[in-house]
Ligand binder design. Structure first.
Ligand code: VGL
Ligand code: ZN
Length: 202
């Protein structure tokens, strides 16, 4: 059993990021059972859920002439444009049916602001609007985070780097993550996490 100051953060284990989903990550479903087992070691478990309104600004379909996986410039910086995914209330936005959600004390929904994407569990992609997770963790006396889930090079990466910058002791269990790997994004994410002081295990 981990100590009371440790939390497990499970990022975006949703149908749309698993095989058959709108933004499928290869092997995304393989990590569900081992993550369920890992939850039993933690007294604090947090799930995140990508939760976009229809017509979200991160969808290529909201930008005339721009294709999925192209990059556009948003007021807050560059933004990859994605296929429509994780639309609030849809089957694609639901957690993978095998994921144990009962052990989680809190579910953080993110990406609900129509004009700003939110990869990180802590901040929207403007890097300033908080989700509230930091306050929740601090109020529970949590200092150490283990992060797992999807996708390693996007939402796991942004969450881990933000967590480390906020002063949490952050480990990413890479064997319990899967990556999208777009134009070198996985290598860049690994380097960025190490640079931020994140421990990469697995
Ligand atoms: C994610 C792209 C778009 C993720 C979410 O969970 O990594 N990636 N929305
Ligand atoms: Zn998304």
């Amino acid at each position: 059993m981990r100590t009371a100051d440790e939390a497990l953060i499970v990022i975006d284990l949703q149908n749309d990021f698993c095989p058959g989903g709108a933004l499928a990550v290869e092997g995304g479903d393989e990590i569900v059972s081992p993550i369920n087992e890992l939850m039993a070691q933690f007294s604090a478990v947090v799930l995140t859920q990508d939760w976009h309104p229809a017509g979200h600004s991160s969808f290529a379909s909201s930008h005339d002439g721009l294709a999925p996986f192209s990059v556009t410039e948003m007021p807050y910086g560059p933004q990859v444009l994605w296929p429509d995914h994780c639309i609030q209330g849809s089957k694609g936005a639901a957690f993978h049916s095998g994921l144990h959600t009962d052990p989680a004390q809190v579910i953080v929904r993110k990406g609900f602001n129509p004009s700003v994407d939110s990869y990180s569990a802590f901040f929207e992609n403007d890097h300033t609007t908080p989700t509230g997770l930091e306050g929740y963790l601090r109020a529970r006396g949590i200092n150490k985070l283990t992060i797992v889930g999807l996708a390693l090079d996007f939402c796991v990466n942004f969450s881990a780097v933000d967590g480390a910058r906020l002063g949490f002791d952050v480990s990413v269990e890479t064997s319990l993550c899967r990556a999208i790997d777009l134009d070198g994004s996985l290598a860049a994410a690994r380097a960025g996490m190490i640079e931020a002081g994140v421990h990469l295990n697995g």
